[in-house]
Design a protein around this ligand. Structure first.
Ligand code: 5GP
Ligand code: ZN
Length: 117
């Protein structure tokens, strides 16, 4: 069924507590935790507790939860004291997506170039 946990999904395992993570915030619908390979002084991932392979499919099926992730991005940036920050949804392997459970990267704590590489 859509949104159900997937046995082979790393981020579903983090939601279940079966894989440890440094959790910085949790809501009824989302978990925010530090990226294991940070690309900035502050690099937090925000995931929905439900499983969808990418942000667009999450937004199509569960628009309220997609909005929860965007709101949480702002809360994470506040807590991390990141005055400026970037929210990234890598979508598809050609764009660098490696974990196919929807997630937002929230990057801050350094200058961020635009356009990105
Ligand atoms: P993507 O490349 O799919 O946009 O982002 C996946 C992110 O998950 C990467 O930045 C990667 O460093 C992070 N990641 C991969 N495995 C783990 C893990 O076991 N724990 C945590 N906290 N982050 C992970
Ligand atoms: Zn998953």
């Amino acid at each position: 069924m859509a949104g159900e946990p997937q046995a082979d999904c790393l981020f579903c395992k983090i939601v279940a507590g079966d894989v440890p993570a440094t959790v910085v915030r949790e809501t009824d619908t989302t978990v925010a935790f530090r990226d294991i390979n940070p690309q900035a002084p502050s690099h937090v991932l925000i995931i929905p507790k439900v499983h969808y392979p990418d942000a667009a499919s999450l937004a199509a099926a569960e628009p309220v939860i997609a909005a929860d992730i965007l709101r949480e991005a702002g809360e994470v940036a506040l807590e991390e004291k990141a005055e400026s920050y970037r929210v990234v949804f890598n979508t598809g392997s050609g764009a660098g997506q490696t974990v196919f459970h929807a997630h937002a990267h929230v990057l801050g704590g350094r200058g961020l170039q635009w356009p990105p590489g």
